[in-house]
Write a protein that binds this ligand. Structure first.
Ligand code: TYD
Length: 221
């Protein structure tokens, strides 16, 4: 599938589109990111779908540690572990795929660290921004789809409990506030969608947004 280009350019002459999904627990990111990846693949467009934390052997090991509520992890260590997994993900998966012109869809990325470890855990937002930049080498998504949902509804949809889902409702309200605050400050990058809409309708909108972005020229990073 590699080599598809919206402008008939030679394979690799345009970098791939980097799309991230963000939102509170139960907002439907995983479902929507899969539907998007399937829809692009069905159009013969090169695409990879990855999740954070995870995506690499190192990231999956860190994920197991991070999400285990039985392991004590202080807020700073938690932040650094998410960032370490991201640095590996960017180096091993995301940059190489973008370089070869593949669309990368990531289920959570740097905005999760701002929302959870920054706004919700009351970490230092400006330090987290600097550390995010350090871990990604300055790579930011071209498009971030924020699936916005009331935290009470989101948490009631969740089956499994991890370290974050064990947090009180007020924590998840701060996560949502953080996301919306970030989205307002970067309206070009963020698309805020109502996660309460029907999954098929949401998918239709998301696909429309992504196809429009794919039709725009992108400089190589
Ligand atoms: P996961 O089970 O993948 O939840 P979800 O399906 O909602 O993404 O667990 C990921 C958890 O990690 C989720 O609670 C959000 C949290 N998280 C952070 O706190 N900071 C981060 O930087 C990232 C990437 C995730």
């Amino acid at each position: 599938m590699s080599g598809w280009s919206p402008h008939g350019q030679k394979p690799g002459s345009s970098r791939g589109l980097f799309v991230t999904f963000e939102g509170i627990e139960g907002s439907g990111k995983t479902t929507q990111s899969k539907l998007l990846a399937e829809a692009l693949a069905a159009r013969n467009m090169p695409v990879v779908l990855i999740r954070e934390p995870g995506a690499t052997p190192m990231g999956e090991t860190v994920r197991a540690l991070l999400l285990d509520p039985k392991v004590a992890i202080c807020p700073k260590a938690e932040t650094l572990l998410f960032l370490a997994a991201r640095a590996q993900n960017v180096a091993e998966r995301i940059r190489p795929a973008l370089e070869e012109g593949t669309t990368v869809i990531c289920d959570r990325f740097a905005d999760s660290t701002l929302a959870y470890q920054g706004y919700a855990r009351c970490g230092d937002i400006s330090t987290i921004r600097v550390l995010n930049d350090y871990s990604t080498g300055g790579l930011w998504p071209d498009l971030t789809i924020l699936l916005d949902l009331d935290p009470g509804t989101g948490l009631s949809r969740q089956q499994n409990r991890n370290r974050m889902e064990d947090e009180p409702l007020s924590f998840h309200e701060r996560v949502r506030f953080g996301y919306l605050h970030e989205a307002r400050s970067e309206p070009e990058r963020f698309a805020v969608l109502d996660a309460g809409e029907k999954a098929e309708e949401l998918h239709r909108r998301i696909l429309g947004l992504v196809l429009a972005r794919l039709a725009e020229p992108r400089a190589r990073s």
